[in-house]
Design a protein around this ligand. Structure first.
Ligand code: ZN
Length: 233
């Protein structure tokens, strides 16, 4: 029975944290098991390029991960898109939007980024990202994570209406790739059983990526199991 239970990972979508600007940050983790720790690594490709320090470790060490990509990033990274598509056993590709526009209605600018503004623009962001993934990977995404991972309540409802689950996280490893290598590494190494980790794979010139790669190697060496979001019911 114990073994049977530990084979499943139940996603826990807890109450969103409300930020001072009124925007919501929905958390995501999964129920701890009884064996060696399990974590879900989610990596955002917002715009920019590809961080080979991270990607090469994932491929070489066979670490599965869920990548949130935008249509905009795919367009500028055709070669890497092909590499990801060549490893469907490792990489689950999910929706990070068409143009990396926050799924926020109204005029509040999370982290200074101009939001979608209207529900119609939220729809366009979600569906535009999905279209690119279907075209590039032959796969219908089921999870959506908006730019900045902050939402207005009506946008969260809209995303659910479109049939997507909003992908939060429980461990922010790199603070938008702004962390030092040392901080990013130690945050990943502090991952607990059931954590959904967020970091960025699109910032090859930032120091954070080096720490992300090192941290993932440590978890692998410690015997952690890596789950993708499509393995959480
Ligand atoms: Zn992003």
């Amino acid at each position: 029975m114990r073994r049977l239970l530990s084979a499943f990972a139940f996603a826990l979508a807890l109450t969103p944290t409300a930020h001072a600007n009124g925007l919501l940050e929905p958390p995501l983790s999964f129920a701890p098991g009884t064996g060696t720790p399990r974590v879900a690594v989610t990596l955002d490709a917002c715009m920019g390029g590809i961080d080979h320090r991270i990607l090469d470790v994932l491929v070489r060490e066979r670490i599965p991960a869920t990548l949130f990509v935008t249509a905009r990033w795919m367009k500028n990274n055709a070669e890497t898109t092909a590499v990801l598509a060549a490893h469907p056993d490792l990489f689950e590709i999910e929706d990070h939007g068409r143009n990396h526009v926050p799924a926020v209605t109204g005029s509040e600018k999370p982290y200074g980024i101009t939001p979608a503004g209207t529900l119609a623009a939220v729809d366009d962001e979600v569906l535009g990202g999905a279209e690119a993934i279907i075209a590039g990977f032959g796969r219908q995404p089921t999870w959506f994570r908006g730019a900045t991972a902050l939402y207005t309540p009506d946008a969260m409802e809209e995303i659910a209406k479109l049939g997507y689950r909003v992908a939060g996280f429980s461990l922010n490893a790199d603070f938008g790739a702004s962390a030092t290598a040392k901080v990013a590494q130690s945050r990943i190494e502090g991952a607990k059983d059931g954590d959904v980790i967020i970091a960025h794979i699109n910032q090859p010139s930032r120091a954070a990526g080096e720490g992300i790669a090192r941290g993932l190697l440590t978890l692998k060496q410690k015997g952690y199991t890596f789950l993708r979001l499509d393995q959480l019911p």
